[in-house]
Design a protein around this ligand. Structure first.
Ligand SMILES: [Zn+2]
Length: 122
């Protein structure tokens, strides 16, 4: 970025030695354009750096969240959780429903979340 700015300055200095009025006007237009472009490029570069930094932060955050999530549940605990839940098909609409084993055995009436009928009723 610094290099580009220097090059533009150099070019400006060299061309300022040209005496012809016609060329001078033409070149000053070219420089106006170059400077706008240079500014835009600088803006874009800064924006991109900010975005990259944000992504890095988000990535770090995600890593922390992942660590926390996987720390709290061991494989055994996950298996236990699976044991507690069972899959049963509604006797009316036969959609699969995940339900706690204890709920299933302790209740005669369990409303189906899909058809709202009792999933245990034959
Ligand atoms: Zn149902």
């Amino acid at each position: 970025m610094e290099e580009l700015r220097k090059e533009i300055e150099n070019l400006k200095n060299n061309l300022s030695k040209i005496e012809s009025g016609e060329y001078k006007e033409c070149f000053s237009n070219v420089f106006a354009v170059l400077e706008i472009m240079n500014q835009k490029i600088e803006e874009l570069t800064i924006n991109q750096e900010t975005i990259e930094e944000n992504i890095r932060f988000m990535d770090d955050d995600l890593t922390n969240i992942q660590d926390e999530l996987f720390e709290e549940l061991s494989i055994d605990e996950l298996n236990d959780m699976e044991d507690e839940y069972t899959e049963i098909n509604c006797s009316h609409c036969s959609k699969p429903i995940f339900i706690e084993q204890s709920t299933l055995s302790n209740n005669d009436e369990i409303p189906c979340p899909y058809c709202h009928k009792n999933i245990k009723e034959k």
